[in-house]
Design a binder for this molecule. Structure first.
Ligand SMILES: Nc1nc2c(ncn2[C@@H]2O[C@H](COP(=O)(O)OP(=O)(O)OP(=O)(O)O)[C@@H](O)[C@H]2O)c(=O)[nH]1
Ligand SMILES: [Mg+2]
Length: 358
């Protein structure tokens, strides 16, 4: 995708310039009023495989001027590829678009990135994510049990096993409890992992049993509770989960698979936030190509990013999320300066750009 921005006095003029310069296939990706509403800036995109890099950072001599009063209309076009700051903006616009960020969140990240005044897209994105999102890594030792909650199939059980493995490898005393006792195979799946870690798996069929188990695991550095899949839009499901959370000192951690629809993920996160969730643990970073859902979930609910899972292998552990790792995920260093050739795929390389910690 190649991005180009145009300044004009009116939207109609801008659209005409875009049609003339890029043709009928151009797509409008952003519009903004400039000069206190006296002109507009319209950014348009077009798929081009053979037209050099999508952006250039090094400033080049200008061939056209910015709009000012009294100049003929053919001077109004201003190619922002000649301006380093705007070139960064366009790379980031392209990146966030490809990841399916909702426009309000994307605008927020972009304007923050512009304010940060960084020299390249990668560091501008990192700085903007740092300012726009919260980060709260999970502790290795906590007096509260971590209860992993989320929609069916979100990756709760695997994440529980990974967190238990991380705690054990760090020399911590860990306990694992499963409340997923109704679904066939729910406990057995986790037991296969806990046996390898030589941790006894406790099973709780209800809040009373969970309370009893929490009492007996008080001496542990880390207590992890795996729960069954919960439909956040179902009142009974949410009531059941709230009841379990009331069993003792428990922190709920929302597990969410990457790649979901942005609005859907955001709505889910808002429902879980009502239960007091403060941390998000994304999963399946390795098999998702669009991260807009995760960012929408975090942004709209105010929930902080914690760790994430990016492999189905327990032993490969879990990664700690930060503005740097998320910026690498959205805009891998290997993609810097490369034109995007397909609008559909957010990136073509596997998501291995974030650091492993366990
Ligand atoms: N590739 C990949 N697969 C994952 C990841 N996390 C989970 N999975 C897979 O996704 C599937 C569901 O994971 P589970 O941990 O069983 O999900 P769950 O939330 O416990 O599911 P329910 O208990 O049925 O609600 C399994 O096949 C996991 O191996 C990940 O980060 N990457
Ligand atoms: Mg499970």
């Amino acid at each position: 995708m190649r991005l180009k921005s145009f300044y004009a006095k009116t939207m109609t003029e801008a659209m005409q310039m875009i049609r003339e310069a890029l043709g009928e296939d151009a797509i409008i990706v952003a519009t903004r009023e400039e000069n206190g509403g006296r002109s507009v800036r319209v950014t348009a995109a077009i798929d081009r495989m053979d037209d050099g890099p999508a952006f250039e950072i090094a400033p080049k001599p200008r061939t056209a001027r910015r709009p000012s009063a009294g100049i003929p209309q053919d001077y109004l076009q201003y190619d922002l590829e000649e301006d380093a700051e705007d070139a960064i903006n366009e790379v980031l616009t392209d990146t966030l678009l490809r990841h399916g960020f909702p426009s309000d969140i994307s605008d927020n990240v972009l304007s923050t990135a512009t304010l940060m005044g960084m020299p390249d897209p990668q560091s501008a994105l990192r700085a903007a994510l740092e300012q726009t999102f919260s980060f709260a890594p999970l502790p290795l030792k906590s007096h509260k049990a971590l209860m992993l909650i989320g929609a069916p199939g979100a990756g709760k059980t695997l994440a529980t096993a990974k967190l238990a493995a991380r705690a054990v490898m760090a020399g911590r005393k860990a306990a694992v409890i499963s409340t997923d006792t109704i679904r066939a195979g729910g406990v057995e799946q986790l037991e296969a992992f806990t046996k390898l870690l030589q941790i006894q798996l406790k099973k709780s069929r209800n809040a009373k049993e969970l309370r009893a188990h929490l009492e007996t695991t008080r001496d542990c550095d880390m207590v992890l509770i795996d729960t069954g899949g919960c439909n956040p839009f179902d009142v009974d499901d949410m009531r059941g989960l709230a009841g379990l959370m009331d069993s003792g000192a428990v922190e709920p951690v929302m597990v969410m698979a990457a790649g979901g629809d942005a609005e859907e993920s955001a709505e889910m996160a808002r429902c879980f936030a009502v239960l007091g969730v403060q941390r998000l643990l994304p999963t399946r970073l390795d098999i998702a190509r669009r991260m807009g859902g995760l960012f929408a979930a975090a942004s709209r609910s105010g929930i902080a990013f914690s760790e994430a899972s990016n492999t189905p292998m327990v032993a490969d552990g879990i990664v700690t999320l930060s503005a740097q790792s998320l910026s690498n995920l959205l805009l891998p260093p290997s993609m810097r300066g490369r034109p995007s050739t397909t609008r559909g795929a957010a990136q073509t390389a596997p998501n291995k750009s974030i650091r492993r910690t366990g």
